[in-house]
Design a protein around this ligand. Structure first.
Ligand SMILES: Cc1cc2nc3c(=O)[nH]c(=O)nc-3n(C[C@H](O)[C@H](O)[C@H](O)COP(=O)(O)OP(=O)(O)OC[C@H]3O[C@@H](n4cnc5c(N)ncnc54)[C@H](O)[C@@H]3O)c2cc1C
Length: 390
């Protein structure tokens, strides 16, 4: 059918929504993005963008601009929590040269996407909160300010609490994983190299990596606990609570924890993948369709992959409905597999029973020394998949 001149409304100007807006616009669509916030600003934190996400940015013509705002990762290091002894090292240099792995500040990526979208002619409207979506007579958005907006084609990229997801699937309660996370950025007090470090302790782990040319470090610290914590990223906590929870940590991990001055705290919830991603002339993508726990660092990257595939599927389809159906078919099995991998990852980092912990670390250390390629190859199905190559 081609997308030339097609009017498309995207709800949500996050990483998924903006990537979709650019991909659709580049194929000729007239795109309007509706964002609830008053400005396109992102809370300060980092994300890791693996080669499969970079492939999408490159295909959109953003490869060089992205390299300019990101730090290229050299390795992922698994370390013990006490003195930081190295357990295993995944050498990211073993990835093909044209498939690099990056760390980037979310707000820098959002700025790049928003500027690119605007320059390409996408209209981004702020303070536009979608309250409800009806689909009986084509997509109709009921806005927070009382407006009613009829969309010719609606993409719901409105994240975890997506209104379009609710219309398509009803409300499905998430469940608390009994894991809580703190997130902070600190000055680079340890000369953090360009690697992602996972400091593994009993029932807890801490991830750190550098951002912005190595000026700052992003920290995510996860702990298992029975008590309730709220979902959402920006509940502020007292840094003393973080330090108390990770009191057993030593070496550079402790130095990083000591440098935390402001910290966000929240509970990690597992949401089911939405069974229905589309109906008529409406579809969801990214966290709206399939929120994931952060343990594979793939949520934003999956949203980017979705965005590319959605635009590609619509462009080549006989009808909008056929295009949206093809999009879900092409994406669902992959995102389910990635989400399962993320669900299964935390316990590996959190081993508490000392002999099991010792054995697992010994095995990892041996594999990392004797067969580094093999260790890396287990992630090929995620990192070396390129949705832009069909
Ligand atoms: C601690 C942590 C670490 C992470 N690390 C990584 C990582 O390293 N790599 C990675 O790939 N992913 C990571 N993720 C996941 C990633 O952040 C998300 O999966 C990703 O942001 C999803 O993008 P999205 O565009 O679908 O949704 P969002 O980023 O949530 O964007 C949704 C947008 O829609 C807007 N919106 C919401 N509701 C409405 C409404 N009703 N009306 C209008 N607008 C609305 C919001 O304001 C927002 O701008 C991490 C997540 C967490 C919690």
């Amino acid at each position: 059918m081609g997308l030339d001149g097609q009017k498309i409304t995207v709800a949500g100007a996050g990483i998924g929504g903006l990537t979709a807006a650019i991909a659709l616009r580049q194929r000729g669509a007239q795109v309007t993005v509706l964002e609830q916030a008053e400005a396109i600003t992102e809370v300060g934190a980092g994300i890791q963008v693996s080669p499969n996400g970079f492939a999408v940015l490159k295909a959109l013509g953003l490869g060089e601009a992205f390299r300019g705002i990101a730090v290229q990762g050299e390795a992922v290091e698994l370390r013990d929590y006490r003195a930081g002894g190295l357990v295993a090292r995944l050498d990211l240099g073993l990835l093909p040269q044209d498939q690099p792995y990056f760390f980037v500040h979310r707000s820098d990526l959002i700025d790049l996407l928003a500027e690119t979208a605007r320059a390409a002619g996408v209209r981004i409207r702020l303070l536009q909160k979608v309250e409800r979506v009806a689909l009986d007579d084509g997509p109709v958005l009921h806005m927070g300010n009382g407006d009613v907006v009829k969309a010719k084609l609606l993409i719901g990229a409105d994240g975890l609490h997506s209104k379009l997801r609710q219309t398509l699937n009803g409300v499905q309660a998430p469940f608390f994983t009994r894991q809580t996370a703190w997130r902070a950025t600190i000055p680079n007090v340890i000369g953090h190299p360009n690697v992602s470090r996972v400091h593994m302790g009993p029932r807890q782990h801490m991830v750190s990596y550098p951002l912005r040319g190595g000026e700052i470090i992003n920290i995510v610290a996860v702990q298992e606990r029975t008590g309730w914590a709220e979902e959402g990223w920006m509940h502020e906590d007292d840094p003393a609570n973080l330090r108390r929870a990770f009191a057993g940590y030593g070496g550079e991990a402790k130095q990083m924890l000591d440098a935390v001055e402001r910290v966000g705290f929240w509970g990690l919830f597992r949401h089911p993948v939405a069974p229905v991603w589309h109906k008529g002339r409406a579809a969801i993508l990214g966290d709206a369709a399939h929120p994931t726990l952060p343990f594979m660092a793939q949520g934003a990257v999956m949203a980017m992959e979705d965005a590319w595939v959605l635009a590609h599927a619509l462009d080549g389809a006989e009808s909008v409905e056929a295009g949206l159906a093809a999009y879900q078919t092409r994406r669902e099995a992959r995102v389910r597999k990635v989400i399962e991998a993320a669900n299964g990852n935390a316990w590996k980092y959190h081993l508490a029973f000392p002999p099991l912990r010792f054995g697992a670390h010994l095995g990892l250390r041996a594999l990392s020394t004797l067969a580094p390629k093999k260790l890396m190859q287990q992630f090929d199905w995620i990192y070396r998949h390129d949705v832009t190559k069909g």
